[in-house]
Design a protein. Structure first.
Ligand code: ADP
Ligand code: MG
Length: 242
């Protein structure tokens, strides 16, 4: 691995919208270099949890321990985590290189160095030679790989992905699941990966945190979740993958 991985300890996070508890006392210790999937039905609080870790949502209570301190009040840009959204959030009018170098330019990296690092990140996601292409010319899977390259180009210690494959068709999704997992095995970035797809979580993760109604109801390795669901809810939800 090129870098030393860092753990992320989420402690007792809560977030309410009015009377509604989107996150209800959520704790989750993600180990250094681990890949944890956050799995749950729509509305269970997955994105709220991920965006709280990213720094885009300020929780009402709780701590996020990272690199020896509580970062819960730190703005997103100072956390320096790589984030991949469902909607890619690429700049469509810019070429691939300009998209991937963007986070480096924001950090004041010189243009030449930024281009070199972008080229390397694009190689990593198997898009070497695509730098001059426009985003609009790319397939969904290629766009998602550009988003991934942009998220890893500044060598983040933590990678956060929110349903990054849900816009892709089944075949492409299954290919990309394998690619993302292989990338993780290579880079070993501490990763939180949101999905509502049971199969995807079982395929991709070291451990799965199952969410229901703003709480983590089970945290286990995929086999354990599958064989020993902690509740009727988990059994039913995981059973839909079988
Ligand atoms: P998931 O990603 O699991 O589908 P979310 O974390 O996006 O769930 O949302 C959890 C719940 O919080 C949902 O019921 C959603 O409607 C509610 N929610 C999310 N964001 C807001 C907001 N800004 N204002 C009010 N309710 C919200
Ligand atoms: Mg969501």
């Amino acid at each position: 691995s090129r870098r030393s991985a860092e753990p992320v300890h989420i402690e007792a996070l809560s977030k309410a919208y009015g009377d509604f508890r989107a996150l209800d006392d959520v704790s989750l210790a993600v180990e250094a270099g681990e890949f944890v999937a956050i799995l749950g039905p729509s509305g269970s609080g997955k994105s709220t949890l991920l965006m709280a870790v990213a720094g885009f949502i300020r929780p009402d209570a709780g701590r996020i321990l990272f690199a020896g301190r509580d970062i819960v009040r730190e703005p997103a840009n100072r956390r320096g985590f790589g984030v991949v959204f469902q909607s890619y959030a690429l700049f469509p009018h810019m070429d691939v290189t300009a998209n991937v170098t963007f986070p480096l330019k924001v950090r004041g990296v010189a243009a030449e160095e930024a281009r070199a690092r972008a080229a390397q990140a694009l190689e990593t996601v198997r898009l070497g030679g695509f730098g001059a292409r426009r985003i609009g010319e790319l397939s969904g899977g290629q766009r998602q790989r550009v988003a991934l390259a942009r998220a890893i180009v500044f060598e983040p210690k933590v990678l956060l992905m929110d349903e990054p494959l849900s816009a892709l068709d089944k075949t492409l999704r299954e290919e990309m699941q394998i690619e993302i997992r292989e990338l993780h095995d290579k880079l070993r970035i501490t990763t939180l990966y949101v999905t509502h797809d049971q199969r995807e979580a079982l395929t991709i993760a070291d451990r799965i945190a199952v969410m229901d109604k703003g709480r983590i109801v089970q945290l286990d390795a995929p086999e354990a979740i599958y064989r020993r669901p902690a509740s009727a809810f988990v059994a039913r939800f995981i059973g839909e993958a079988a």
